[in-house]
Design a protein around this ligand. Sequence first.
Ligand code: ASP
Length: 324
Amino acid sequence: MKRRLLIAAALVTLSAQAQTFPGARPITIVVPYVAGGPTDRVARDLAEALRRPLGGVIIAVDNAAGAGGSIGANKVAKAAPDGHTLLLNHIGMASMPTLVRKLPFKVETDFEYLGLVNELPMTLIGRPSLAASTYKELTAWINDNTGQINLGNAGIGSASHLCGLMLQNALKVDMATVAYKGTAPALADLIGGQIDLLCDQTTYTSGQIEGRKVKAYAVTTARRLTTPALRDLPTLQESGLKGFEVTIWHGLYAPRGTPADVLAKLNTALKAALKDADFIQKQEGLGAVVMNDKRVEPAEHKKFVAAEIARWTPVLKAAGVYAD
Ligand code: ASP
């Protein structure tokens, strides 16, 4: 009897929460990479765009970096399922299950999937002092310097790590990889000349490329980009790496058990944010494509992530790298 009363009381609380959600309490979007990087950029633009559809509530960004994105993701998996703590993560959602051996949660079942946010290319960039100025010159430089090349990434399991693995496989060259906690510190070291190469998302690299702070060699998408800062860059495919294609995507997630009506409100707000002209303009200026297809639907996004897990698992197992 007592248990039934408790359950009834809990249900009343949850439905009261849903009716008032989001109320005046701020919402936090957790980003599993450091501030100032490409994933952080997407989260901050999205936080702004979500604000109006969520009734003007404050939306903060919390950077919880490390362990292949699993520290931030775990924070959300374990947060109260009330819609006030969300996760913005990229393709790392699909690499974590293989790359992080002691993952303290299940990507497939410990989150409510809210929808896909955007897709964007990566760029292969080099330190400004690197002698090679074109992709062709870069391949010659790589051949002359095998065994001495440092390739940075934003951490084991990060998008830049995946891109670097694919690059080494495609070129059949081993490079020493240097893992950072996000792109912001990796890029600072690239500009400072401590590392030679980095493959990272355009949401951060396009500004550096435009400002000529780094050398830019190629984009990882199948087609060239139309973004002014990036349209002169060849694709890796046209440069000779047949079939090389990495497109990064970002999705939004809530902890498992978040009430259905709160999830519905969040998904409606996400769809409105993805139609926000300012958000679209900002993201397109950085080379990203804002989603407006069926993958913004939670069930479709979940299917999409499952397909991405299936796609990346064999690649990562073959590479044999793990984050503990
Ligand atoms: N771009 C990073 C990555 O390679 C993460 C970040 O700092 O946003 O995953």
